[in-house]
Design a protein around this ligand. Structure first.
Ligand SMILES: N[C@@H](CCC(=O)N[C@@H](CS)C(=O)NCC(=O)O)C(=O)O
Length: 214
């Protein structure tokens, strides 16, 4: 498999965690987002959205969108499962993952922040207010979803990490990177610490990637 990602891309980070949990090797191609490499014609041919991540399977099939990649990985490499077997539980895990991937993450994306600055003159202070608003509101909803669980499991929805944890940890990393204080979200902080103590999560951390830049 050939995986196109970038150390700081949180949707790439999600996939790295899943590769590690499932013990899968891949060839890594770094696409330098800050230098705009995602806009190159070669990358746009792979992902017309010009967004990371992208995956080329051993058979040459091209996949985009981290949630689709994660579900494909789970279907083709079922052990350990990242989605529960029970349909109701699967829906709850997917909902939690989508709060992050569909509602929080798009509002912090590089192209969105750049557009706010270029087209609306958002300075550093305005950008911080924007990020604080959406990341806090979104992660508070995640905390409330965790509070609603019938049982307080060690990971988001079970005794082992799954899709919800895979989405949560990179989002917590982003909040911390952008200086958004989420220390009041006790369940999230607790689960995040438990995940980070696992090798699969620790080795997927942006600072451990070959293209890491301080
Ligand atoms: N929903 C997409 C989001 C993809 C996305 O926004 N990727 C970011 C990096 S985390 C990106 O490539 N940004 C480049 C840009 O904004 O120009 C997914 O989950 O794969």
């Amino acid at each position: 498999m050939k995986f196109y990602g970038y150390f700081r891309s949180s949707s790439s980070y999600r996939c790295r965690i899943a590769f590690n949990l499932k013990g899968l090797d891949y060839d890594f191609v770094s696409v330098h987002l800050k230098q705009g490499a995602q806009k190159s014609p070669a990358f746009a041919a792979l992902n017309p959205q010009r967004l990371l991540p992208a995956l080329v399977t051993d058979d040459g099939a091209e996949l985009i969108q981290s949630l689709a990649i994660l579900e494909w990985l789970d279907e083709t490499h079922p052990e350990p499962a990242i989605l529960p077997g029970d349909p109701l539980e699967r829906a709850r895990v997917r909902a939690f993952a989508q709060v992050i991937a569909c509602e929080i993450h798009p509002l912090q994306n590089l192209r969105v922040l750049k557009y706010l600055a270029d087209e609306f003159g958002a300075d550093a202070d305005a950008t911080t207010r924007w990020l604080t608003r959406w990341l806090t509101e979104g992660l508070e909803a995640c905390e409330a979803l965790l509070a609603k669980r019938a049982i307080a499991t060690p990971f988001c929805f079970g005794d082992a990490p799954g899709l919800a944890d895979i989405c949560l940890v990179p989002q917590v990393f982003s909040a911390q990177r952008f200086g958004v204080d989420i220390s009041h979200l006790e369940r999230i902080m607790d689960i995040n610490a438990r995940c980070e103590a696992l090798a699969a999560f620790a080795q997927a951390h942006p600072a451990r990637q070959p293209d890491f830049e301080p």
